[in-house]
Structures are given as C-alpha cells and as structure tokens.
Design a protein around this ligand. Structure first.
Ligand code: AMP
Length: 281
C-alpha cells in the first residue's frame, strides 16, 4: 500500500491509473477506523480496480467548540488495518495543502444542509461538501462510497454531484452495527461502559418505530412520539432531534409516502451520536 501525502503525487498516481483504464474507487474517512470503515473498503474492492482511502480530519466541518482538536486519531493503527485490507493508496493530506493560505472558495448545498444536523452544526455540510469536492478533484475517482449512517451527508453529496455534473458514481453503504445494534462510530470511543450500554437506546428506538410502521402506522406524530418516549427512558440520553423526513428532500413529513427516513441525534456524555432508519413501502 502506498501512503501519499502531497496532493500533486496523488493526482499523478490517479492520472496514471486512468490512462491504464483502471477504475478508481474512493472511500473518504476521518480515520480512527473501525469495522464499518473496513466494510466500506471491502465494498470498494468489488466496485473497481484500485481503492484509495483518504484520512483527513477536516477542520471546516467542525464548528467552534466542537471536537476537532480532540477527535480521535491513530494513524499507525489505521495504516495497518488498511494494509491488511489490500488498499492501494492511503491518501493523507495535510490541512495546509487542502486549505492553502487565503482559501476562500466553498461549496454550499443549500436546502439539504439546513435541517437535522445542519440546524445544530452551522457550516458543517458546507465543510463536508467543500472537502469532498476537493478530494474528488484530487483523486478523480469513478466511484465513491459513503455510509448511510451519515444519511444527510450522503444526500448532500449526491445532490452536489448531480448539481455540479460530476462524473462520479456515489454508492451508499448500509449502516454497520455492533452486535447489540449500536451504529459503529469513531465517536463511540468517547463512551464509558455505562454510557456505551445506554447508547443502545438509539437503535432500539428506531427498531420500535419500524415495527409500528410495519404494523400499518403512516402518521409521523405517533411514530415520533414512540421514538422520543423510548429515548427519554434512558436517563443518560439528551435528545437533540428526532425527525421524520422525506428520504430525498429531507423535508419534514406528516404522513409517510413512498420513502421516509427517521433520523435522530442524541448526546450521551461527551459523544454526539446519530442514527437513522429508512421506512419504505
Ligand atoms: P468518518 O470517518 O466518520 O467520516 O466516516 C467515513 C465514512 O464511513 C463515511 O462515509 C461514514 O458515513 C461511513 N461510516 C461511519 N460509520 C459507519 C457505520 N456505522 N455504518 C456505515 N457507514 C459508516
């Protein structure tokens, strides 16, 4: 596995692969890898000839006061894990390269960035869209894989790719969970044993919502009530939002049509956890 830091080396590598008609698949990450990241990598290997994993903790997607400085990092461990998966390139650029002095150009996916996490993390999706577009321009992949755990992020990126006519196939990978249902996340490392136990309330609440939906409930109100009640049973959980939205536009819905998504964000201790479930007829 090659480790590439300079942007120019990354672009050169990609240019050579493209000339040799190799299909490049990119998996963007912020590192501190866990099994879910590795599932995305394995998916990537089935979708092209060369796999590039980027590790970049992107400062512009953290609001002031968020956990940019303390975000967990372990490059050596990440390197070993990716090497064992047979990844071709680990792209690890510096902040100074991605945001050169004087940088003032940003990508704003307007409406999709407003609700849910966007309303509580101002500028977050602008930072995400900007860095993802930069990674796309540097790595020039034909395919890029993102997790459905970050559902709004996936929608924002799909929209950006469509709106800017980028020739990149975007794949959404299903949420990968721990045995007890907790969605895997680098931020789960913030949880102590008691909080880790409490964190199962997110997936438990979503399962209950899905069961109610499958029994025929189509109205948002009773489903939202059920999820909120379930989360509030857990004394450690501080609910940030519970929403039922159209699965594409992310507008709130009162009735579930073809496809809706129930999305939630909950604080447990220092960790801000998100999870979601698509409800589909
Ligand atoms: P991160 O390093 O947290 O930015 O995540 C990198 C990629 O992995 C993103 O596309 C995430 O959506 C995806 N990802 C993280 N956790 C999970 C999970 N539990 N299931 C599926 N995808 C995930």
């Amino acid at each position: 596995m090659q480790i590439i830091e300079p942007i120019s080396d990354m672009s050169q590598w990609s240019e050579m692969q493209r000339r040799q008609r190799q299909r490049i698949v990119l998996v963007p990450t912020m590192g501190f890898l866990h099994e879910a990241h590795l599932c995305l990598v394995r998916d990537a290997k089935t979708r092209g000839d060369r796999v590039v994993v980027s590790i970049f903790v992107n400062p512009t997607q953290f609001a002031p006061g968020e956990d940019f400085a303390s975000y967990p990092r372990d490059f050596e461990r990440d390197r070993r894990l990716l090497e064992a998966e047979g990844v071709d390139v680990l792209f690890h650029p510096s902040v100074e390269q991605i945001y050169p002095a004087g940088a003032q150009t940003f990508v704003e996916v307007e409406r999709l960035s407003l609700p849910l996490c966007g309303s509580l993390r101002p500028g977050h999706f602008r930072g995400v869209a900007t860095v993802v577009l930069k990674l796309f321009n540097i790595v020039r992949p034909q395919v890029a894989i993102f997790g459905e755990k970050d559902y709004q992020q996936l929608q924002v990126i799909r929209r950006m790719v469509g709106d800017l006519a980028l020739d990149i196939e975007i794949i959404g990978h299903p949420i990968v969970r721990e045995a007890d249902g907790l969605a895997m996340s680098s931020r789960n490392s913030y949880l102590n044993a008691e909080q880790r136990h409490a964190a199962v309330c997110l997936s438990r609440a979503l399962c209950k919502a899905e069961r109610l939906f499958k029994r025929g409930e189509k109205s948002a109100a009773p489903i939202l009530r059920l999820v909120t009640t379930e989360l509030q049973k857990e004394s450690q959980a501080q609910v940030e939002y519970v929403k039922l939205c159209d699965a594409e536009t992310l507008d709130d819905v009162d009735e579930i049509g073809e496809r809706a998504v129930i999305a939630l964000a909950v604080r447990i201790g220092k960790a801000r956890l998100i999870d979601n479930r698509v409800l589909q007829h």
